[in-house]
Design a protein around this ligand. Structure first.
Ligand code: ZN
Length: 277
């Protein structure tokens, strides 16, 4: 059965790049609506489906969906990962700016919102994508593969030239409780040099000491690790969120190596082609 939430729920907070106080509301939606963002600050309250067809490749390190007229919502991945974990098929996200609240750079507040709103089963069959054969995406040293499976498993392999991250992997069978405990609290991370670059182009206006983990050359400069492998866990969180741009639940084992938002979206487009064939 498809799922939505039981009750409307609202939340306000500051956007990481815009620095603006933004209000979001999760609103229950009819079967087969999918996940859609609704810009309540714009005339006509335009809606943007959160699927790979609407993905916009941005120079900043986040996932963005938008319409041809320039209407967009960016930094959606931390929300999408939670919708995926909880199997939410249908939902409208009302938002009065172009970026949702960022909070501590994790998905913890989104998990709380979904738990407080409650989950409702709907009288409509599941939208599930299965694969008949593996789908492989390669771009330089990045590789993402989906293997046919009876469940949804995700694995991320990362390799960083940094003593506190190094080469590591994290793999999990999708399960809402497991996700909430092991992945959702993992915070966004970046490196000292990224902060400088982003500030120079007018980003990070809403960043604070609590927004992310910032790694220096050899140490952690901002924040405190909640898990020794927190960076890789956050990469898995981002991967899960981006895979949900498929617009359906996926039964596959996805392994991703060194990938990021743009390659995730390109991979999802490839998956959609394979499934439609
Ligand atoms: Zn992220």
């Amino acid at each position: 059965m498809q799922k939505t939430i039981s009750n409307r729920i609202e939340y306000s907070g500051i956007g990481l790049h815009t620095g603006k106080i933004t209000k979001i509301a999760f609103v229950p939606a009819m079967p087969d609506t999918g996940i859609k963002f609704r810009r309540t600050d714009l005339k006509g309250r335009p809606e943007i489906p959160a699927t790979s067809d609407f993905f916009i490749e941005m120079p900043v390190m986040c996932s963005c969906v938008g319409l041809e007229n320039g209407t967009r919502v960016q930094l959606i991945e931390h929300l999408m990962a939670v919708f995926c974990a909880y199997g939410i098929d249908n939902l409208i996200i009302e938002i009065d700016n172009e970026e949702p609240p960022f909070e501590d750079g994790s998905s913890k507040f989104v998990v709380e919102m979904i738990k407080n709103a409650g989950i409702k089963e709907q009288d409509a069959p599941d939208r599930i994508f299965r694969l008949s054969k593996p789908v492989v995406f390669k771009q330089e040293d990045i590789e993402i593969t989906a293997f046919p499976s009876d469940s949804f498993r995700v694995s991320f392999f990362g390799s960083y030239n940094h003593p506190l991250i190094g080469t590591s992997a994290y793999s999990m069978e999708m399960d809402a409780e497991n996700f909430s405990r092991e992945i959702a609290p993992a915070k966004t991370f970046c490196f000292e040099e990224d902060v400088e670059k982003m500030r120079k182009v007018g980003l990070l206006k809403g960043a604070s000491e609590n927004s992310a983990l910032v790694f220096g050359k050899e140490s952690l400069l901002v924040g405190e690790l909640q898990y020794p492998d927190e960076a890789i866990r956050h990469k898995l969180l981002d991967l899960i969120g981006d895979l949900y741009l498929l617009g359906a639940r996926l039964l596959a084992h996805v392994t991703a190596s060194r990938s990021g938002h743009i390659t995730h979206a390109r991979f999802v487009k490839l998956l959609r082609k394979e499934i439609i064939k």
